[in-house]
Design a protein around this ligand. Structure first.
Ligand SMILES: [Zn+2]
Length: 240
């Protein structure tokens, strides 16, 4: 999947969790900060690709970080695209909240600003660095902080799901590799597994799915602020 598709699907999943009542966020500012963090986290697993979009997001810092992550995680679509990687992303955000300076959880705020700023960049929002700073300030002043580890986990998990639906697939159990007795496009000799209904990354099918999810995002947000009378699920339920 491409960066934009990853971010849109991560944001849509986060809003769908809220619509299903799992998150229970009813404050617009908290929803905005956590959704942007989830959307940015939707790209985090590709930080293992020194030439990827995320590596070029804030040069040269992001490129150094990408090189380091690629080194630690074994290369592209390995450690960061596994269950172990998801656990590490969650734990880093969870413990970031406990790292304080002058009473402020600076690491968690920085992480929200980085992730949210990345999402704003991929959504081509104007404002550049100002957007990232606003997300950081938002993390500080809303109820977003305790939700950040879950926003990052949701974003990264949806990234893995997106890559699983493309031809190359992922190895969810890295560093372990389970090889099939009979190789197929669902489970390859390399141990990578896929359910490639989207075809290659950047396909027309991926574009269609991303457009549908963008529409869901827009409708949800308009309903949340009261411009649309019904949330997307309520709308479809009313048709049945
Ligand atoms: Zn990926």
């Amino acid at each position: 999947m491409m960066g934009y598709s990853h971010s849109v699907s991560a944001a849509a999943a986060w809003l769908a969790l809220n619509e299903a009542g799992v998150l229970g966020i009813d404050d617009p500012a908290t929803l905005a900060v956590t959704t942007l963090t989830a959307a940015g986290a939707g790209m985090l697993p590709d930080l293992d690709h020194p030439k990827g979009t995320i590596a070029n997001s804030i040069p040269p810092v992001s490129r150094w970080l990408a090189r380091l992550v690629a080194h630690i995680s074994g290369g592209h679509r390995k450690g960061t695209h596994s269950l172990l990687g998801l656990a590490v992303f969650w734990a880093l955000t969870y413990f970031a909240d406990r790292l304080t300076y002058a009473g402020l959880p600076v690491a968690a705020i920085g992480l929200a600003a980085f992730s949210g700023g990345l999402a704003l960049r991929i959504f081509q929002a104007p404002g550049g660095w100002l957007g990232a700073i606003l997300v950081g300030l938002g993390a500080m002043t809303t109820g977003a902080l305790p939700l950040l580890p879950w926003a990052v986990l949701a974003g990264a998990a949806v990234h893995l799901l997106g890559d699983f639906l493309t031809t190359r697939g992922i190895n969810l159990f890295w560093p372990l590799t389970f090889k099939p007795l009979v190789a197929s496009r669902f489970w390859r000799k390399s141990g990578y597994m896929a359910f490639p209904i989207l075809g290659d990354a950047g396909s027309g099918r991926e574009g269609f799915l991303t457009s549908a999810l963008t529409l869901y995002l827009a409708c949800y947000l308009l309903a949340f602020v009261g411009i649309l009378p019904l949330f997307p699920t309520q709308f479809f339920a009313s048709l049945i």
